[in-house]
Write a protein that binds this ligand. Structure first.
Ligand code: 3H9
Length: 732
């Protein structure tokens, strides 16, 4: 292992090369910053040095400040003496500096580069300030230098979206001064630095430039517009506003004041250093850093990736069924360079499936994500089939036919016969026991669930469902396949609903219970959507999925967990009224031709019938519940089910559930995912509220819906975090 550091080497041309070293991405660990600071001081003081080049080891400049440090201490544990001075030493020390940027300069990495007097990069390099996606803002001068290098409008956009730009765009904007082939980068940077030292090239000081900045009259409306848009788009987030504050101080009072305000001239806004510390102290930052690491950790699974197994690459797959799911899976796989056979039962269905794949690709072309030529090349990787003739050549099969156990069992028996004995046999079922699907084969060790979320070519999560017989090699290969097709794969156990659908089964049920208690369904949706930040409320989601599917899934949960399933009368009544949701033009909402949802007064008799069946509401004023009460009433039972999933070992680690809930249901990442959110509230409070409702609903026979499970009750009693997981050997 290489220790994080920065090294200095002085060439015979009098140029000092400072190399940031902390593989794999040269993250700016405090030790790297310390060493950079010391190298800079040495270079500036040495007689034999006339100019300085800063670069990164092993073909990467830097991915920014070491995020691990944020996880350890609020502000990242940076020595403020160094923080205050190293950018100044880069920019305004006695010797000129040039950044030689390869592959990436992100966050603090770009801030170091921007503090240099010039920047060169290699083709394909990505540069950006993605700090906002971690709940902070640029803290090494980025809020001041980026607007001065590319203009306020572009800089604000880059920071607010966290999206990096490529070398070509960076050169066009003037963020880099030139793009140079990899093998010539260092020589070009040396020459550039020498020329600045000799006075044949200008020495630019980003912090003091004004040529790209809009005038104050233009700048303030840009910032106000950005603020209003941000408040509209992300009403729960403070840190983007703090970022805009810091930019504003610099616009009004100059770059130096924008970094660190010496006096409070703009009482309502704070400079970068203050804004950074404020953002770093918020739960949003803790939550987003947690998700950053959790997302990378889903690929590390105990007993699978920590042994000596090597993943086999999946080069060719077959997808059974060209419906919505099958065509999405085929699209995602072909996009990743995998050869795909799509098998259907007849020519008409096959043509439909192929047309869907073509249309998925066409929409990428329309959005500018790929060229038509590239889309054609991807489509050429997909072959249609009506038989199993070519199945002996595939590494993996993904079955995506209708949810019929008998049909799936017959298909798997066929697959065992026609595929190679080492081919992975997987099912995209969301409701059927994976072991049952493979019951008529002798191939249990290579049968696995590959549960995609709809639309499969877009949604980023892949649940890999292992049975107690699935071999570690097959799980590892499927993990590799998931990463190859750019999904975040999460390995889960085989149970009703697997991880995500199981954890979320109380979600709609709790919402239906609230309506049966007298609450207005649209107010409930508003609390969850606008109040909490889910992409939509439970009733709008139910309309999207379809009340018929909801009823079917609800029955599965009632069979599996009768003691804690609320029989959602509302869903039954909607089915009776044939209001199945978006697809029938009405459900909880009414839909116009453009599928826009509108509250629907004709829902009233259905609500009334549901309340009558439930017998919980006697008319009059509904129970007083604030939006926060509604959020807790709906989500705390979901947390409780999440705790059961952890305790039963359905997920490898609690953080997997956080990632899964964010990437499937759109649980806000800035809340850290389901379990992290509950931990930030405190398990004791979650358990206390659940116990309160369990007591309240005891007489109605609904206490089981709320009663905290042992894992949650234990955490509440002992003050343990839910994210701590289950100690090996003590599974509940
Ligand atoms: C910042 O700079 C704040 C400053 O303004 C001011 C401070 C005062 N630190 O994603 P990958 C690890 S905040 C530590 O799998 P890829 C990552 O965990 C920072 N570790 O590869 C993984 O480790 P492991 C602003 C980091 O090729 C390994 O590197 N910067 C960091 O798909 C490979 O990562 C960002 O927000 C880091 N900064 O993507 C950039 N970055 O192998 C965040 C990565 O143990 N990083 N690691 O699982 C990224 O966006 C992507 O990781 C990157 C590479 C594009 C760099």
């Amino acid at each position: 292992m290489t220790n994080p550091t920065a090294t200095l080497e002085v060439g015979s041309d009098g140029v000092a090369i400072i190399t940031l070293t902390n593989p794999p991405v040269n993250a700016l660990h405090p030790a790297v910053l310390n060493a950079l600071f010391n190298c800079l001081r040495e270079a500036h003081s040495r007689q034999d040095v006339k100019a300085i080049v800063v670069t990164g080891a092993k073909g990467r400049f830097s991915a920014g400040f070491d995020i691990n440090q944020f996880a350890k201490s609020g502000g990242g544990g940076i020595d403020s003496r160094i923080n205050d001075n190293f950018c100044a030493l880069l920019e305004s020390g006695p010797k000129p500096t040039v950044a030689a940027v390869e592959t990436m300069a992100l966050g603090g990495g770009l801030e170091v580069a921007m503090a240099c007097n010039a920047r060169l990069c290699t083709p394909g390099t990505k540069v950006g300030l993605p700090e906002l996606q971690l709940g902070i803002l640029p803290g090494f001068g980025g809020t001041q230098r980026l607007p001065r290098l590319v203009g306020l409008q572009t800089a604000a956009q880059m920071m607010l979206t966290s999206a990096p730009i490529n070398d070509k765009k960076a050169a066009k904007l003037g963020l880099v001064d030139g793009v140079v082939p990899k093998e010539k980068l260092l020589a070009a940077a040396r020459a550039w630095a020498s020329e600045i030292a000799a006075g044949t090239k200008p020495r630019n000081f980003s912090l003091y430039r004004t040529d790209k900045l809009e005038s104050l009259g233009e700048a303030l409306p840009i910032l106000e517009f950005a603020r209003a848009e941000t408040q509209k788009r992300a009403p729960h987030l403070t840190h983007p506003l703090l970022c805009l504050d810091a930019i504003r101080v610099g616009i009004e009072e100059g770059g130096l004041a924008g970094l660190k305000q010496a006096r409070i001239c703009t009482p309502n806004f704070c400079a970068e250093s203050v804004a950074f510390n404020k953002a770093a102290s918020l739960d949003t930052h803790k939550a987003l850093v947690h998700i950053f690491f959790a997302q990378r950790a889903t690929k590390k699974v105990k007993g699978i990736t920590d042994g000596g197994l090597k993943p086999r690459r999946i080069k060719k797959i077959a997808v059974l069924g060209g419906g919505l799911m099958g065509s999405g899976i085929a699209t995602a796989s072909a996009l990743a360079g995998i050869e795909v056979i799509v098998k259907e039962v007849n020519q008409k269905f096959l043509e439909g499936g192929m047309a869907r794949i073509k249309s998925n690709l066409a929409s990428r072309v329309k959005k500018g994500k790929m060229t038509q030529e590239a889309a054609d090349a991807v489509f050429a990787r997909v072959k249609g089939a009506l038989d199993y003739n070519d199945f002996a050549s595939v590494d993996m099969v993904i079955e995506a036919v209708i949810e019929d156990v008998g049909l799936k069992q017959r298909i798997f028996a066929d697959l065992e016969r026609v595929c190679r004995p080492d081919a992975i046999l997987s099912s995209n079922t969301s409701t059927i026991d994976i072991s049952l699907i493979g019951a008529k084969t002798r191939a249990a060790e290579r049968i696995v669930g590959a549960h995609f979320f709809s639309p499969a070519h877009i949604m980023p999560l892949l649940e890999i469902v292992r049975t107690d017989k699935t071999s570690p090699q097959v799980i590892l290969d499927t993990l590799e396949y998931g990463s190859a097709i750019k999904k975040t794969p999460v390995v889960v156990g085989n149970c009703t609903g697997f991880a995500v659908n199981r954890v979320f089964f109380p979600y709609t049920q709790a919402a239906c219970l609230l309506v049966d208690m007298g609450l207005d369904p649209y107010k409930i949706d508003m609390a969850i959507f606008a109040g909490f930040g889910m992409p939509m409320g439970p009733f709008r989601l139910s309309d999207l999925v379809g009340a018929d599917i909801g009823l079917h899934v609800g029955k599965n949960f009632l069979d599996s967990f009768p003691e804690r399933t609320y029989p959602a009368h509302l869903i039954v009544k909607l089915n009776e009224a044939k209001r199945l949701g978006e697809k029938t033009g009405s459900g909880f909402y009414a839909y116009d031709a453009r599928r826009k949802a509108k509250p629907d007064p004709s829902l009233a008799p259905i609500v009334e019938a549901s309340r009558k069946a439930a017998g919980l509401y006697k008319g009059g004023k509904p129970p007083p519940m604030s939006p926060q009460d509604i959020i807790e009433f709906i989500f705390f039972p979901v947390v409780n089910e999440g705790c059961r999933v952890i305790a039963e070992g359905i997920v490898d680690k609690p953080a997997d559930l956080d990632v899964a809930t964010v990437l499937s249901m759109g649980f806000p990442a800035y809340r850290g995912g389901l379990i992290k959110w509950a931990d930030l509230i405190g398990p004791a409070r979650v358990a206390e509220r659940l116990n309160g409702w369990a007591a309240q609903f005891e007489a109605s026979g609904l206490a089981g819906f709320f009663k905290p499970c042992d894992y949650l009750a234990n955490a509440a009693r002992t003050g343990t975090q839910l994210g701590a997981g289950v100690a090996p050997g003590s599974r509940m």
